[in-house]
Design a protein. Sequence first.
Length: 375
Amino acid sequence: MPLTRVKTPRAMLIFSDVDNSPQLIAILKKLRQEEIEFILFLLGTSKKKLSFDLESLDIPYRFLSIATKSKIPYGAAIIFRQLIGTRPTVVYASGQFATLIGMATSFLAGVPNRIFTRHHSNFHTFYKMKQGIFADKIGNLLSTKIIVVSEIVKSILIENENVSPSKIRLIHNGIELDKFRIGFESQKDPRRRNRDHSEHFQIGVISRHTNLKGIEYTSTAFIRILNHFPNAHLTIVGAPSDSTSEILRILSAVDSSKYSLIDFSPNIPEFLASLDIFIHVPIDPGAESFGLVYIESLAIGVPSIFTISGILHEIPNLEEYVRVVPYKDSEAIYHAICDILGNSTNLQSEIPPEWIDQFKMELMADSYYKEIFSL
């Protein structure tokens, strides 16, 4: 959808590296509600679900094809011309390409307020990605405000990347809480909790197949569980990546009917509600910048096995609500699964509703509006 002419936009928004984002849609709805004039650019390799969501909401945007790093100057030139022509007072960027282009062009154009959200934690330094580290430095240097999604990301920026604390604002990611509360009721049904797990039970994972997420350790634990519970089934929802071949190698020890690998689930609340056990075991305290699946599974109330990363650093008394295991420990994951299956009448506490309430999408959108326009 081409941009309509906006005579006096208060803001330019630039999004990249995103397929589907209820969070970004919520922010845009809030800006529309507040009658904020804005220009929106989407950067990517092809139009994704977010594009169609914008069109269904009649939100104008311009799509720029940035398939490779060599296309960055092309996108930057177009955005720079738009900035010079319209002179917004604020540029907000979300996504790595968007941040690099948005902070550099808005600095050169003299935009006084340059803001981006830091969605990743120590990813670039963990993998020694020189170009990513350089891009992070550019964004940190040229921005006037950085929004972080968790305390762990804030710590990384301050302690590892020498960003001034005065530049950083914390806004947690949000979820559509009402959708997850529907699944909560089915999880708490006594008939579900007290049934015979020797007949059948479902273990689930939601994660891209990258080494940082630790799916290999869950897969190894699952193979061992099948020796005692042959009717168990593992479903992994997430896009293939660097550890896919290793995951498949591990799972090749059992019949392929015992597991499913699905790139995408259109209904995460329904999937989580269908599970008997949910497992998310990143391999490092900073492997997750936030970890939306942590909050989603806690909102549903599915018995869960976690390592501590991202937002979990901020949950008090975490072990009252979930099984916490050490990093990279398939043995501990196996024993945690056995513990859950053997203690159906001795359930862990439910996380307080008021703690989950702080992640309402509406609260997140309100916070973004205030931070972007508290000029």
